[in-house]
Design a protein. Structure first.
Length: 215
């Protein structure tokens, strides 16, 4: 019975020694490998920063004002459009080696209306309680891309070709032109003229002209 008791004591001591040794070794390894891991992470971060640097924008402190002129534009309609543009070069011969191609998803706005500075007294005729108004023609005021929403969805450059830095610029210019064309084809100028007449009629009615006719 006494021998059995001593055997259990020895087993408990050996187990304690083994557990203590394991904990000691794990502590040594952790204290040794942790700096290595941290150093590896720091190196990886530095390499990532070198390969993908954050652009720094430094505007020139000097601003040159070229022109200031008054405007009397009545904006009466705005279109918001999306257009997908494909721009490519070198697709004629082995595009996989010499081609350069990108897919641009563009978002833009087109604003139209009438320029009230072109409205003069010669364009107004009041007779028999009726005011006749010859409105200026509707025109496009702006057609611009939304840079926050416009992006390159995909780009594929051949193995033996360097990507063209101007290709995205050309694609954006084409997108702007296509967005403008789409708005015009959809009748933005006609709707701008109608909206301008509605606005002017309401304004002239408030000024006391109850009957207004637009030529």
């Amino acid at each position: 019975m006494k021998k059995t008791w001593w055997i259990w004591v020895l087993l408990a001591i050996n187990l304690s020694v083994l557990i203590g040794g394991f904990l000691l070794i794990r502590g040594i390894l952790t204290s040794t490998l942790m700096p290595i891991s941290e150093a590896s992470n720091r190196i990886g971060t530095q390499v990532s920063t070198i390969l993908h640097p954050t652009p720094t924008i430094i505007p020139d402190p000097v601003t040159i004002i070229n022109q200031i002129r008054p405007l009397a534009r009545l904006e009466t309609i705005q279109y918001t459009l999306e257009k997908v543009i494909t721009a490519e070069e070198g697709q004629e011969v082995i595009a996989e080696l010499f081609g350069d191609r990108l897919l641009l998803v563009s978002h833009g706005t087109v604003i139209a209306g009438v320029d009230l500075s072109k409205l003069s007294k010669e364009n107004l005729e009041f007779k028999d309680g009726i005011l006749k108004v010859e409105m200026p023609e509707a025109e496009i005021f702006s057609a611009t891309l939304d840079n926050d929403k416009t992006y390159v969805y995909d780009r594929d450059t051949g193995l033996l070709r360097k990507s063209d830095r101007d290709l995205e610029t050309l694609a954006r210019q084409a997108a702007e032109a296509e967005i403008l064309k789409a708005a015009i084809d959809d009748g933005i100028l006609n709707q701008a003229a109608i909206n301008a007449q509605v606005y002017m009629e309401r304004l002239l009615n408030d000024l006391g002209y109850r009957q207004v006719i637009f030529n």
